[in-house]
Design a protein around this ligand. Structure first.
Ligand SMILES: Cc1ncc(COP(=O)(O)O)c(C=O)c1O
Length: 380
């Protein structure tokens, strides 16, 4: 059952069914709602899906990024390279650890992922990490990024909020750098409401993330509840970034559906692409290169140059179709405008032309057709 919406075709939607309701009801009846056995099971299963040695469930994707930055040692005086065409969470967390975000450019209208040569040009002796974004679930060229980072002794954090289940040359997104961060916000491929996951293969990073997630404490309430511990020490001043059992139970249900739902997204995007790419001057980025398997989080189009995006979106809204923009570049926001940045000509050229169309796994063919009709009409 889809949720009810003001829109004839909403931007995203979550399917609600008995399995989800049942999973929640079981936790509620169990009497243990904070981090416990379901969180552990969710971590184990998510780690298995990615092939990561360690997975830590956290309260959201932003706290996942915060922990990742702290774990790789980012602090005051460091620079962290990040694409400006991005959700603001990565930049905010970079600022929160005391570091400076250094914005890099993207490739072009055909590929909205970061441009490796722009990353290279942004590296200075102060660079501590790169936070790559797999935009819309489309994997970045991770081999080149990892090689560049290794040459300069820089950590690679993957913001894989859009990319659970995506692969680059067979490797799972989130496990290709040092730390991978996922979001389970309601509109994501694995929707839980609020939630996230941090994955890593490094034991040292895992130890730090485990501690920082829960106040730096050596034992958890769940350990004490089971009689496995009576006291604890605090090794570092950490945070409460834990996930609870109710969300973990929903996450376990959603995780079992992830592959099928990503495949449904891929089918819908193929329909959009067949109907819209090259029509009325519209371009649909990420045609595919045979090296990656996308998680198809977003269906994004690039409008022709000189288009009036606000009018275009209004015309779709009049037809009951919700659209969005992923993203207003971070360097254009008031909070970031004062940070000196290198020129970002491609981001500046592409960003005003981006429009995100509705996409969710249970979207009907008739809904795709309605969006296509409205887009072609509005663009002509
Ligand atoms: C690319 C990206 N990174 C990070 C986040 C932050 O995730 P959350 O909303 O779970 O904190 C989001 C969520 O919208 C996102 O899209």
């Amino acid at each position: 059952m889809p949720t009810t919406s003001y829109w004839a075709v909403p931007l995203s939607d979550i399917a609600i069914d008995e399995e989800v309701e049942q999973a929640v009801a079981e936790v509620v009846r169990s009497g243990w709602w904070s981090m416990g056995p379901r969180v552990q099971e969710f971590e184990t299963e998510f780690g298995r899906m990615c092939g990561a040695k360690a997975a830590f469930a956290v309260s959201n994707g932003t706290t996942a990024l915060h922990l990742a930055l702290l774990a790789v040692g980012c602090s005051a005086g460091d620079e962290v390279i990040v694409p400006s065409l991005n959700f603001v969470a990565a930049a905010n967390t970079i600022v929160h650890v005391g570091a400076t975000p250094v914005f890099c450019d993207i490739q072009g209208t055909h590929d909205l992922n970061l441009d490796v040569s722009s990353v290279e040009a942004a590296i200075t002796p102060a660079t501590r990490a790169i936070v790559v974004l797999h935009y819309g679930g489309h994997p970045c060229a991770m081999d080149e990024i990892v090689e560049l980072a290794a040459q300069h002794g820089i950590a690679v954090i993957e913001d894989a909020a859009h990319a659970p289940g995506a692969r680059w040359r067979g490797g799972m997104c989130g496990t290709l750098g040092d730390v991978g961060c996922f979001s389970f916000f309601s509109n994501k491929n694995l929707p839980v409401g609020e939630g996230g996951m941090v994955v890593t293969d490094s034991e040292a990073l895992a130890d730090r993330i485990r501690l920082l997630r829960s106040h730096g404490m050596t034992k958890l309430t769940w350990d004490r509840h089971r009689g496995h511990a009576h006291s604890y020490d605090v090794l570092v001043p950490g945070f409460n970034y834990r996930l609870d059992e109710i969300r973990a139970a929903i996450g376990l249900v959603q995780l079992r559906r992830l592959e099928e739902q990503n495949a449904a997204r891929a089918r819908l995007v193929a329909q959009y692409r067949a109907a819209l790419d090259g029509v009325a001057g519209i371009e649909m980025p990420f045609r595919g290169n045979g090296e990656s398997q996308s998680a198809h989080h977003l269906a994004v189009i690039v409008l022709p140059e000189e288009s009036r995006r606000v009018e275009f979106q209004s015309r779709l809204a009049e037809a009951g179709i919700q659209t969005s923009v992923h993203y207003p570049p971070i360097h254009s926001f008031s909070a970031y405008r004062t940070i000196t940045h290198r020129p970002l000509p491609v981001t500046d050229m592409v960003a005003p032309r981006l429009v995100t169309l509705p996409l969710y796994p249970h979207m009907g063919d008739d809904q795709v057709a309605a969006v296509v009709r409205a887009v072609v009409l509005a663009a002509s």
